[in-house]
Design a protein. Structure first.
Length: 521
């Protein structure tokens, strides 16, 4: 017996005494996964096929790069109390056990760790991407090793997750702009000479001619090295989240954690034993909406079971309505939150070199430039359609950016300035089409400016957190620096090469701190 239920615009297929597949929206710039169903279970090979439709706005592929969706599966075999990360069957380009579906022709790229798949246009083109009946194959025999694996798999609840990404190709690029940014990288001895990164080889930092160097400032770094070959330089190809993580994405993340894990990933105290919640806006730890961060829980909760979080921008108590802000970038996120989200999604933190590569690309540096490649900047102000998927600002101009904002006082919708008719400079887009790399939320990056961070080797997350909800990946640093500034920052901090806060312990949960992750190609 089967029934179809529509929940917040998402089709959920409920198969009584069999399985449940949830199509989870990633809630960035209209990415949608729908009509999720499962094919027959193959008990001889221990696999199960997941089929779904996927679409998103403002997609492209050209000779430089392309966008993509990172799609991964979460499953539960205990009715939704605990969730695990699913392993796909095989890796490679368009593996035999995947199906590209119908509609926009796509390629499916499964990395060697099989923790998800990149779905991307197969040919050059622009506009909305929409493909139906895409299929991925879950290798449940790898994930469920108990003697009851076939029964467990048959009863599993499965969520299909999707995050919009941008492919950054292999190639040389420059760091530093030759301008007046705080502690910017340069080629020693001339502070206005950019430094070119032409490989993933080790980089010497110091005061010999030709070395990478930067000025000594409070948070600039230790001015030493070398920066090892294993530290990701940005030369090799990688994927980066097209937008900062939205509140809908972070809500979906929270809703796959145990109670103990959830308690560590929010600002409000929700440890086991808590049943009454006053500060229901759980990221800001307040009883009313603060700085547009709308993730909320009920006033009465179970003593130990996982909590169901939702977005409630308008404060009416109704969950995840069309105007409840799930498309707005998420704030009040700590370093531990960032690490946990990256690990859970099979992604990783980006380095500050990768940040500059994703912004500037192969273009020549422009002195004191912002992420859109010029020194033009327009303050985003005058909200229209507040909290809706169509939220934007009434103003327009070159370098539209949410910075130094004392009227909106919070994050804006992911991709608020990007439409099919805007240019790169109008949308505030980077060379490769990454959005809001300047402004909106501070971008956490692994710094090249301290010895511990330089041990980072770029390992990806494996989808699993420890019992407290923390990431547990080898050689991830204990702290992250910042680049690109946030909605409260002044224009100098918004510049691509500004390193005023590139190295430091900014581990707390603050309203301007967001999440953006990457994955090695």
């Amino acid at each position: 017996m089967r029934r179809i239920i529509s929940i917040a615009g998402v089709l959920v297929l409920c198969c009584i005494l069999y399985f449940v597949v949830f199509a989870e929206r990633a809630c960035a710039n209209n990415i949608s996964v729908s009509n999720a169903i499962v094919g027959p279970q193959n008990s001889s090979t221990d696999v199960m096929v997941m089929q779904f439709d996927i679409s998103w706005s403002n997609s492209w592929r050209d000779s430089d790069n392309y966008d993509a969706a990172w799609v991964f599966l979460k499953y539960s075999t205990d009715g939704g109390t605990t969730w695990s990360h699913a392993t796909l069957k095989t890796s490679g380009a368009n593996p035999a056990d995947c199906n590209i579906g119908s509609g926009t022709v796509i390629d499916i790229i499964v990395p060697t760790d099989k923790k998800g798949a990149f779905l991307q246009r197969a040919a050059n083109g622009t506009g909305a991407l929409s493909t139906t009946s895409v299929q991925l194959t879950w290798d449940y025999g790898t994930d469920i090793t108990a003697s009851t694996k076939d029964t467990d798999a048959a009863l599993a609840i499965i969520k299909v997750m999707a995050i919009e990404m941008v492919y950054i190709p292999t190639g040389s690029f420059s760091v530093g702009s030759g301008g007046s940014e705080t502690s910017a990288f340069y080629t020693y001895p001339t502070t206005t000479t950019i430094y070119t990164i032409g490989s993933e080889g080790a980089i010497t930092v110091g005061t010999e001619n030709g070395n990478l160097y930067y000025a000594s400032t409070t948070y600039g770094g230790d001015q030493t090295g070398p920066i090892p070959a294993n530290f990701p330089k940005g030369y090799s190809a990688f994927y980066i989240m097209k937008y900062e993580a939205s509140q809908g994405q972070y809500r979906d993340f929270l809703n796959t954690l145990t109670r103990a894990q959830q308690a560590g990933r929010v600002g409000t105290s929700l440890a086991a034993g808590t049943t009454l919640v006053t500060n229901r806006y759980v990221m800001s730890n307040t009883d009313t909406l603060q700085n547009r961060i709308a993730i909320r829980c009920d006033a009465t909760i179970h003593t130990s079971n996982p909590i169901t979080f939702y977005c409630d921008f308008d404060g009416d108590g109704a969950a995840d309505e069309s105007g409840d802000g799930e498309w707005i970038a998420c704030g009040y996120l700590s370093t531990a939150d960032m690490f946990a989200y990256a690990d859970w999604a099979g992604l990783r933190p980006m380095t500050e070199f990768e940040y500059e590569k994703a912004c500037r690309g192969a273009a020549a540096a422009v002195s004191n430039e912002y992420a859109w490649g010029s020194t033009d900047i327009t303050n985003a102000d005058g909200l229209t359609n507040s909290g809706l998927t169509s939220e934007t600002v009434s103003g327009s101009g070159n370098g539209l950016c949410n910075y130094n904002n004392d009227s909106i006082l919070g994050m804006l919708r992911c991709g608020f300035g990007a439409t099919t008719s805007t240019t790169r400079i109008q949308a505030g887009a980077s060379f490769y089409g990454v959005i809001d790399m300047s402004g909106n939320a501070w971008e956490r990056c692994v710094s090249a400016g301290n010895a511990t961070s330089r041990l980072f080797t770029g390992l990806q997350g494996d989808g699993a957190l420890d019992s407290s909800g923390n990431a547990n990946v080898a050689n991830w640093p204990t702290s992250l620096g910042f680049r690109g500034s946030g909605w409260e920052g002044v224009s100098t901090y918004v510049r691509v090469s500004d390193r005023a806060y590139a190295n430091g312990d900014f581990s707390d949960r603050v309203n301007t701190y967001g999440i953006r992750c990457v994955r090695t190609s």
